[in-house]
Each structure stands twice: as structure tokens, then as C-alpha cells.
Design a protein around this ligand. Structure first.
Ligand code: ATP
Length: 222
């Protein structure tokens, strides 16, 4: 399934000056194809996370479109968009997004629960936890995990539903070199298994697993 952005744009109002806007993402065309891994790099504040959140269906663009498998994400009703997101888009958001009241395993299973699956895919979740090096931590609570372990939990969760599209915002932040390697291999494997993968990162090592590297500068992608 291809994800296709056309003239995708985000302006934010500048609170200090009435009527003034900050163009966080200038009109951008981007195709992410099945089986390919795209890295987006660029300075802090250049618009990378804004672009990723629009592609994820979580931030309404000022203009432009995002099509996932031919469906215009932002033309869908809220419920339909949520369903398409849940089924087709795996997201590793910036920062930590684990729910403290759930175990590590329950956090990884969350997309299946939201999807309403009668039998959560526990075996798959445990395999994914192994793949990201979290073997033995399934029954712990997120607050007992390190920052790097939480990043890897987010990776495992994003892959649970075998998403056609995987969007990862700084997935290697806070990881040591061994776990950077593990996370990048995991992302490459997701692409090799057929997902369209986008990784926003400052990690130079990521170039090694990328099919292409794009740079964001002042809201422009090149
Ligand atoms: N909700 C918001 N309201 C107003 N301005 C915002 C908002 N979110 C982001 N911005 C601005 O949009 C620009 C792009 O931000 P964005 O978070 O996309 O950058 P980034 O490249 O992901 O940065 P980083 O690498 O630091 O995460 C920045 O100038 C930021 O201040």
C-alpha cells in the first residue's frame, strides 16, 4: 500500500503577531512505496515531526492531501480515518507514549484491543518484544523501563498489526549503539516484509538501511 502526499502544507499561526503564520511544512509531494525505507533528516524545527504527524492522519493539514491505499485520509469522517490509521499505519511517536496502567505486553497489544480483536495476538507481541531486545520484560510496567527500552516498546507496538505504512519519529533517540543497530535492523526488516517505512532521525547510521535519504530545511523537503 502506497502513501501519497500531494502539496501537503502546514501553517501555524504566530501568536505574537496577529495574522502572521509560520509555514512549518511548505507544499510537499512525497510517495512512500511498499518495501522501501525513507529517512528524513534535518535540523531541529525544520518541520519533520509536523510532516510525519500529517502523514499519520493525526494533524490536519492547512492544504494538500494524504492518500493511503488510494483513500484521502482527511476527506474521511473521523471514525473512518481512525479505522484506516489503526489498520494500516504503525506510528512510533516522538517521546514516550506507553500507558502506565498497562504492562509492557498489554501496551504492545493495544492496537489489537482498539481494533476490537477478540483474541489479542499475544504470541506475535512476544515475538516483537524479543525482536526489539525486550525479552523478559513483558509483565513489567512502563515506569520500570529505561527511556531506550520505552523507545523499543513503541517500535514493537507500531509493528503489531503488520501495518502497510510505518512512520517512526526519532526511533533511536536515547539508544546505545548496540540498540541503535537493533532498531535500525528491525525497521529495515519491516520494509523488507513489505511496509512503506518513513524514519525521521538525526542518526547518521540510519543512512545505511535507507533506500533514500531526504533532508528537511525550513519546511522544504529535498
Ligand atoms: N503546535 C504548534 N504551534 C505552533 N508552532 C508549532 C507547533 N508545532 C510545531 N511548531 C513549529 O513548527 C516548526 C516545525 O516543528 P517540528 O516539530 O515539525 O520540527 P522538527 O524538525 O520535527 O524538530 P525536532 O527535530 O526538534 O523535533 C517549528 O518552528 C515549531 O516551532
Amino acid at each position: 500500500m502506497t502513501i501519497r502526499a500531494r502539496a501537503l502544507t502546514k501553517d501555524y499561526p504566530r501568536s505574537s503577531r496577529s495574522g502572521a503564520v509560520l509555514t512549518a511544512v511548505a507544499p510537499t509531494d512525497l510517495d512512500l512505496d511498499p518495501g522501501s525505507l525513507t529517512v528524513v533528516t534535518g535540523r531541529s524545527g525544520s518541520g519533520k515531526s509536523t510532516l510525519l504527524m500529517m502523514l499519520a492522519g493525526l494533524l490536519t493539514p492547512t492544504a494538500g492531501t494524504v492518500e493511503v491505499g488510494g483513500q484521502d485520509l482527511y476527506a474521511l469522517a473521523e471514525g473512518e480515518r481512525s479505522r484506516l490509521r489503526n489498520e494500516s499505519i504503525g506510528l512510533v511517536p516522538q517521546g514516550h507514549a506507553a500507558l502506565r496502567s498497562l504492562t509492557v505486553l498489554e501496551n504492545v497489544l493495544l492496537p489489537a484491543v482498539i481494533h476490537g480483536d477478540a483474541e489479542p495476538p499475544v504470541a506475535r507481541a512476544l515475538t516483537l518484544l524479543d525482536d526489539v531486545g525486550l525479552t523478559g520484560l513483558a509483565e513489567e510496567r512502563p515506569q520500570e523501563l529505561s527511556g531506550g527500552e520505552l523507545r523499543r516498546l513503541a517500535l514493537a507496538r507500531a509493528l503489531l498489526m503488520g501495518p502497510a505504512v510505518l512512520l517512526a519519529d526519532e526511533p533511536t533517540a536515547g539508544l546505545d549503539s548496540e540498540n541503535v543497530e537493533l532498531a535500525l535492523t528491525f525497521l529495515r526488516q519491516a520494509a523488507d516484509d513489505g511496509s512503506a517505512v518513513l524514519v525521521v532521525t538525526h542518526e547518521a547510521e540510519a543512512d545505511r538501511v535507507a533506500d533514500r535519504v531526504l533532508t528537511m530545511d525550513g519546511g522544504r523537503l529535498s
